[in-house]
Write a protein that binds this ligand. Structure first.
Ligand code: GCO
Ligand code: MN
Ligand code: MN
Length: 400
């Protein structure tokens, strides 16, 4: 037998400890996920919401998010609801945890088997609106200022079953009703729409963040509505998450973010942040840290089904620690002279060419059309992206 290696005590870096200003949040449904999957039952005890709040405080999180039903059972009486909410609020204040975001479960109840806002049955659509209005009231009571809309079952298996334009109209009507409801009540709430390409339906409407952004422009109170892009959901469609973030940010619509990980197009894995595509995670952390995003860093992920409650804590700590480590790396990248030198070279502009690129004018158009542009020189120039990417890779590997 080989002798056990000496375990060097790891120095604890304070910079990797989560603090409230990092705004790390988890959903009740994430750390509370008991490991149920389509093939098997829960493997972990079902934790009470108040226990989850204590767990989150223990691991150093700042916020907890919830669906209405994560806290209040669907058919609870008013009295029961108020008692549950009071107990939960007490746990929040005992543990110093806030509720930044709330949402509605519009997918578990069998009534929603054909969707909620887009269901063909008007009774279902009315119930969805009623349930969401009540859930918004709950969110307001708990102090949430962001309200997430994930479509859940808004989609189809058979295109024969629903007119896709009508479905979009119904979704739009519901959001217009709900923004008006918030305005009417004076709620300081903004909405964040979360796209997903498929699962649990065969095809979901508005499947990407880009599609959501296009849709938002058709809403009545569009200033109240932005997006909540999720890493796993864009990757399920084989898309770049950073590009989704960038488009949302550029549109002034990055209201919230669902961080997790996903190994390519397949079912929604909701893996621990950074556990699959570490380099992709780095570029997205770098984007969030540098674009001025000030909202919550929400981990919409859950622990492997192999874990017990201790493993759930490892999972939650891991999400935050990896985020902070990657944020440090992005700072390092800004300080790395060789990388910055290459970036300066890549970004250098030919002044004569740049002068041709201003806003349109008749004279400018004449100049551009007459200009001699050296295509061959452009084509012949090596861009050094191989070297740049290797330097970034080495920085991530701790070699720089
Ligand atoms: C999923 C979604 C959900 C939503 C949540 C809040 O794929 O199941 O990501 O976790 O984010 O329902 O709207
Ligand atoms: Mn997901
Ligand atoms: Mn999500």
């Amino acid at each position: 037998m080989l002798p056990a290696p000496e375990m060097a005590a790891k120095p604890k870096s304070a910079a990797l400890e989560p603090r409230p200003e990092h705004k790390f949040s988890f959903g009740l449904w994430t750390v509370g996920n008991p490991g149920r999957d389509p093939f098997g039952p829960p493997v972990r005890p079902i934790l009470k919401p108040t226990e989850i709040v204590a767990l989150l405080a223990e691991v150093g999180a700042w916020g907890v998010n919830l669906h209405d039903e994560d806290l209040v059972p669907r058919d609870a009486s008013g009295k029961k609801r108020d008692a549950i909410v009071a107990e939960f609020k007490q746990a929040l204040s005992d543990h110093g945890i806030v509720v930044p975001m709330a949402t509605t479960n519009l997918f578990s109840d069998p009534a929603f088997k054909d969707g909620a806002f887009t269901a063909n049955d008007a009774r279902v659509r009315a119930y969805a609106l009623q349930k969401t209005a009540r859930a918004i009231e709950l969110g307001v009571e708990l102090g949430a200022t962001t309200y997430v809309f994930w479509g859940g079952r808004e989609g189809v298996e058979s295109e024969a079953s629903k007119d896709p334009v009508l479905a979009l109209r119904r979704f739009r009507d519901a959001l217009n009703w709900l923004t008006s409801f918030c305005r009417d009540r004076g709620y300081r709430m903004h909405f964040a729409l979360e796209a997903k390409p498929n699962e649990p339906r065969g095809d979901l409407y508005l499947p990407t963040t880009g599609a959501m952004l296009g849709f938002i422009a058709t809403l009545e109170h569009q200033e109240m509505v932005g997006v909540n892009p999720e890493v796993a959901h864009e990757r399920m469609a084989g898309l770049s998450f950073v590009h989704a973030l960038a488009q949302a940010h550029d549109a002034g619509k990055l209201f919230h973010v669902d961080l997790n990980d996903q190994a390519g197009p397949r079912y929604d894995q909701d893996l621990r942040f950074g556990s699959s595509d570490l380099k992709g995670a780095f570029f997205l952390v770098r984007f969030l840290e540098e674009c001025g995003y000030e909202g919550p860093r929400h981990f919409d992920a859950h622990a492997y089904r192999t874990e017990d409650v201790a493993g759930v804590k490892d999972f939650a700590r891991g999400c935050m620690r990896t985020y902070l480590a990657l944020a440090q790396k992005s700072k390092r990248m800004r300080q790395d002279q060789e990388i910055q030198g290459l970036l300066a070279e890549i970004g250098a502009q030919d002044p004569a060419a740049a002068a041709l690129l201003g806003p349109y004018s008749k004279d400018g158009a004449k100049r551009l059309l007459a200009a001699k542009l050296d295509r061959e020189a452009c084509a012949a120039r090596g861009l050094r992206y191989e070297q740049l990417d290797q330097l970034v890779t080495e920085l991530l590997l701790g070699l720089r």
